[in-house]
Design a binder for this molecule. Structure first.
Ligand SMILES: Nc1ncnc2c1ncn2[C@@H]1O[C@H](COP(=O)(O)O)[C@@H](O)[C@H]1OP(=O)(O)O
Ligand SMILES: [Mg+2]
Ligand SMILES: [Mg+2]
Ligand SMILES: [Mg+2]
Length: 346
């Protein structure tokens, strides 16, 4: 059966299973409590969960799809140690294997595909979530003092957040063909639901061009203009772009994956981030899923990013995403030309 299913559908089905496994690794690292934080740069952290989840995803997908070009965020996950055998996922999601494949993707070969992997999107929120899991206030305070770059303002907002920032964490697997994101997976390892009275943790949303979105039911946008944006990487340009939107409400949350989930769930209508900082692995899966649901993700100038393997990693000209074309045009028209110029010269 599997061999008759088009490659792109098999890759998506495997990516869903692999993302679930990566989510479990992320939760396990948190439960053990040894995050192994490394500072890669300014406002840029990596943890054991980022490293391990990436090793799981890349090892699993490259074992099944050896000629696909897979690009992950983390440079040097410790490759000396052998990968635990239970990190190599060979399962594939059976429901996805049964979906129809868009005609233009039926003949796609492994060599035509680039997969962009963000093993853990929202690392900042993940490390702050760890802080809040310390029940003892003294232990929490000690951890705060040794945590890189958390201001006292953030610490106070964390105390008020009811431990909620872990929901912002996602695993992103984006599939691009001819430089365009055509399918993707967003897995949310800390999403909690009650199904038939039983607690379930984690959910996985997927999308593929022309077929649509699975794993949950998208909701219409809110009546009011609700904008979602960064909570951990703001700067004056980001704030300027928010001011001109005339929004009823601004939500400041972590991760590109989580913000696009908010668009799909009807929590927000537009995602605005007028700054560099995001990279191709942050936007590939979210763009694929959002466009499969009728939305649009571009840079702040209204141009699509390209996802070929040789493209530069940074999304220098920011992110502008909306649930439909009208809201995207609304936001695009409000961004001052001067801000567009400044960003494109960076
Ligand atoms: N200045 C930055 N440095 C490093 N990563 C960034 C930066 N800005 C954004 N990102 C990445 O883009 C995601 C979305 O940004 P934000 O949460 O600020 O809206 C972040 O979770 C982070 O991904 P990651 O957590 O995978 O490193
Ligand atoms: Mg990172
Ligand atoms: Mg990211
Ligand atoms: Mg990441």
């Amino acid at each position: 059966m599997t061999s008759t299913v088009p490659l792109i559908v098999r890759l998506l089905a495997s990516s869903v299973s692999v993302a679930n496994r990566a989510g479990k690794i992320i939760r396990d690292v948190m439960s053990k409590g040894e995050l192994g934080i490394v500072e890669k740069g300014k406002d840029d952290l990596q943890t054991e969960a980022d490293r391990s989840a990436q090793r799981c995803i890349i090892a699993s997908l490259s074992a099944q799809f050896p000629k696909v070009n897979i690009i992950g965020e983390e440079d040097n996950p410790d490759t000396e140690d052998e990968i635990p055998s239970d990190w190599i996922v060979i399962d594939t999601d059976k429901d996805i294997l049964n979906i129809g494949c868009p005609s233009n993707l039926q003949g796609v070969k492994e060599e035509d595909i680039v997969v962009w992997v963000d093993p853990l999107d929202g690392t900042s929120e993940y490390t702050q979530g760890a802080l809040m899991l310390k029940r003892d206030p003294w232990e929490r305070w000690k951890m705060y003092l040794t945590h890189p770059f958390i201001s006292i303002k953030w610490y106070l907002s964390l105390l008020q957040s009811n431990y909620g920032f872990l929901e912002h964490v996602t695993v992103l697997i984006g599939i691009a063909v001819n430089e365009k994101p055509v399918a993707g997976v967003i897995h949310q390892p800390y999403y909690k639901t009650l199904i038939g009275g039983e607690k379930k943790i984690g959910r996985t949303i997927w999308g593929i061009q022309e077929v649509g979105v699975g794993g949950f039911t998208p909701a219409p946008p809110p009546d009011a203009l609700v904008i979602t944006t960064t909570r951990s990487h703001s700067n004056p340009m980001v704030e300027k772009a928010l001011q001109v939107m005339n929004a009823n409400q601004i939500l400041r949350v972590g991760g590109a994956g989580y913000k696009v989930l908010q668009l799909l769930e009807g929590v927000a209508s537009i995602y605005v981030f007028a700054s560099g900082g995001c990279k191709k692995w942050d936007t590939c899966a979210p763009e694929a899923i959002l466009s499969a649901a009728g939305g649009k993700l571009t840079d702040i100038l209204g141009n699509y990013y390209k996802y070929g393997a040789s493209e530069s990693r940074p999304n220098k000209t920011g992110v502008l995403a909306a649930v439909n074309n009208d809201l995207h045009s609304y936001a695009l028209n409000r961004i001052p030309e001067e801000l567009k110029d400044t960003l494109s010269k960076k």
